[in-house]
Design a protein around this ligand. Structure first.
Ligand SMILES: Cc1cc2nc3c(=O)[nH]c(=O)nc-3n(C[C@H](O)[C@H](O)[C@H](O)COP(=O)(O)O)c2cc1C
Length: 320
């Protein structure tokens, strides 16, 4: 089965990417992931705050609560060194990741990543809008500005890892395309703090994903597919080969896996790719490009009505 696919203009041997995570710290592990079939690998994110701290500056509104540089496994310099080592160790594309949300000179760091050999940059736009005064339009404008600025510094493709909380994601994605993005990664998973009701403390919690996390991604993939030139990548809740099939049928060009690989190791990835390929063969899907998006809204005659009627059916179909 030919699983080759195009993502951000990069030719990949299959649609399975290992998403941003600490899995890249160990070079043996990275080689194992390539041997297990990973088509590309995304590095852990370098944070805007790490870059500005190194430069002796503090990003606006962020002072006081930032972990010090030593708290991060890789500082900006060691990040680039690790990127160079990974590039020497594997042949698959390596995507560097920056996490930032404020305009600033930190965006120049993308050029250093490009110079170090990154095949693309995944920009994680994670932030929590906490201001009383800042409208959604202002926040979106800032995001466009960041993408435009990074675009000026580099030639390699930029993908955007987004949160699901945009009022009009389709419109936003179109404008990101205009700003120079080549792909959208759906969606950031938030590792939200829980509350300890006895100690009255916020407790940071990291729960690995389950397939349940996939559902919201499927919804938005089905709506975005076929409307944009941007590549679409699904991250969050791709645990089994069935999850990967669903994401591709919804419209994803690639799927990214982290939790499942962290839990079960690289062999699990090769088994998932094998099972994915067998599924296609057994079920008469002889081309990835034909299977891609076959369940998206672009294949539906009246998408708006379908969405509303699905909603009504679910809400009204519940038997008490
Ligand atoms: C331990 C851990 C570290 C992560 N670090 C990053 C990161 O540095 N940058 C990023 O964009 N996403 C990061 N993520 C999020 C993953 O890339 C991925 O989007 C998320 O885990 C959902 O995918 P999954 O369901 O396959 O785990 C991390 C996830 C985990 C579990």
């Amino acid at each position: 089965m030919d699983l080759t696919t195009n993502y951000l203009g990069l030719r990949l041997r299959n649609p399975f990417i290992v998403g941003a995570s600490p899995l890249i710290y160990n070079l043996d592990r990275v080689r194992q992931l390539e041997a297990a079939g990973a088509a590309a690998i995304v590095m852990h994110s370098l944070f805007e705050e790490q870059i500005t701290q190194q430069d002796g500056r503090t990003a606006d509104g962020l002072s006081g609560y930032q972990p010090q540089a030593a708290a991060f496994e890789l500082n900006p310099e060691s990040y680039l060194k690790q990127l160079i080592k990974i590039k020497k160790s594997v042949e698959i594309p390596v995507i560097a990741s920056i996490n930032g949300s404020h305009e600033g000179t930190w965006v120049e760091y993308a050029r250093k990543m490009e110079d170090a050999g990154a095949d693309a940059i995944e920009l994680n736009l994670y932030f929590l809008p906490r201001s009383d005064d800042e409208s959604a339009a202002v926040i979106e404008q800032r995001a466009f500005q960041i993408v435009r600025m990074i675009r000026q510094y580099i030639k390699i493709p930029i993908s955007l890892k987004l949160s699901p909380f945009f009022t009009s994601l389709i419109n936003f994605s179109h404008r990101m395309e205009e700003a120079g993005a080549s792909g959208i990664v759906l969606f950031n998973r938030f590792f939200q703090p829980d509350i300890d009701i006895y100690k009255l403390e916020n407790v940071p919690s990291l729960r690995l994903s389950s397939s349940q996390n996939l559902i919201i991604r499927l919804r938005w993939l089905t709506m975005l597919h076929g409307r944009l030139r941007l590549s679409l990548s699904c991250t969050g809740g791709v645990i089994t080969y069935e999850d990967a099939v669903k994401a591709i049928m919804a419209g994803a060009d690639t799927v990214q896996m982290v939790s499942a690989v962290m839990r079960h190791g690289p062999d699990y990835l090769s088994k998932t790719i094998e099972d994915f390929s067998s599924f296609m063969e057994t079920n008469g899907h002889n081309s990835l490009s034909k299977m891609r998006g076959c369940m998206s809204f672009s294949h539906s005659a009246e998408p708006e009505q379908v969405a509303r009627s699905q909603y009504m059916r679910i809400i009204q179909g519940w038997q008490a």
